[in-house]
Design a binder for this molecule. Structure first.
Ligand code: SF4
Ligand code: SF4
Length: 262
């Protein structure tokens, strides 16, 4: 994820605040959680490399992929694609591949429902064909999962260099399942009074979404939202929230921050 593009205006917001109003406290909590997750990602991407290296010698490590697949789908019932934000491979794309990526937009056909269905069908077919003959032999089954992880990671790296670092996440079969299951779960509130369509949220979104475009509806329910809060932290007008921070009866500290941002 584009860490270096994340503006710090809201960090300075709390330092310029004369008092800790409820909005400031809530925003500080959001920022704390956000930076905690960024710290976790600095460790999680190493886990992906560890699984790939150790899994070659200890195939049982391949079952970690099965755990990640189950987590992506399980979390989707409650929080959409939130798991994908901290998935070790997603962290790998955010932390490492983001630095090498040329960042061109994800080709539209790659994120089309038809292509995503095709990817899911291919994954399921490969799993059935490769697992059936080795069923019950845990090391060999683990090696099948390791192989799927290795191949899809190589594809993800190839896609990440010319395009957005998270291009793979737009067509990942498990991400697509989470997309279909979790659409509308924990939507992102967009305050139409606050949003001035500056576009900053779109520039930091790892999935190339534009929350500000939804200011008229007041909510963004896109199934590909990772709930990463990059846009929430980046928005200079505090127009975005997963918790619906109220903006009525603004205290002085909010007004100060907005005048700085405009
Ligand atoms: S960064 Fe904030 S103000 Fe700018 S377009 Fe996005 S939601 Fe609107
Ligand atoms: S819309 Fe915001 S929370 Fe959702 S993926 Fe993009 S930056 Fe993250």
């Amino acid at each position: 994820m584009p860490l270096e593009e994340t503006p710090m205006s809201l960090v300075s917001h709390s330092s310029t605040a004369p008092t800790q109003c409820p909005q400031c406290v809530q925003m500080q909590t959001i920022q704390d959680r956000y930076w905690t997750r960024q710290g976790m990602k600095m460790i999680l991407w190493v886990l992906l490399l560890l699984i790939l290296v150790v899994g070659w010698f200890v195939p049982a490590w391949g079952f970690i992929l099965l755990g990640c697949m189950a987590a992506a789908v399980g979390v989707a019932f409650f929080r959409g694609r939130a798991w994908c934000d901290v998935c070790p491979r997603g962290a790998f794309f955010d932390v490492l591949m983001h630095r090498m990526s040329q960042g061109r937009p994800i080709p539209r056909f790659l994120r089309s429902p038809a292509f995503r269905l095709l990817m899911l069908a291919v994954l399921m077919t490969v799993m059935v064909v490769r697992l059936t003959p080795v069923w019950g032999d845990l090391p060999k089954m683990g090696m099948v999962f390791w192989m799927i992880l290795a191949v899809t990671t190589v594809v993800g790296v190839i896609l990440a260099i010319p395009f957005n670092a998270r291009t793979w996440c737009a067509l990942c079969p498990m991400g697509s399942m989470a997309y279909w299951i979790g659409r509308g779960k924990q939507p992102l509130a967009v305050d139409r009074e606050q949003c001035n369509a500056c576009g900053r949220c779109a520039r930091v979104c790892p999935m190339e979404l534009y929350p500000g475009a939804h200011r008229e509806e007041g909510v963004m329910t896109h199934g590909d939202c990772l709930k990463c809060s990059s846009c929430v932290v980046a928005c200079p007008r505090q127009a975005l929230s997963f918790e619906k921070v109220p903006h009525s009866d603004e205290p002085d500290c909010v007004a100060v921050n907005q005048s700085e941002a405009s």
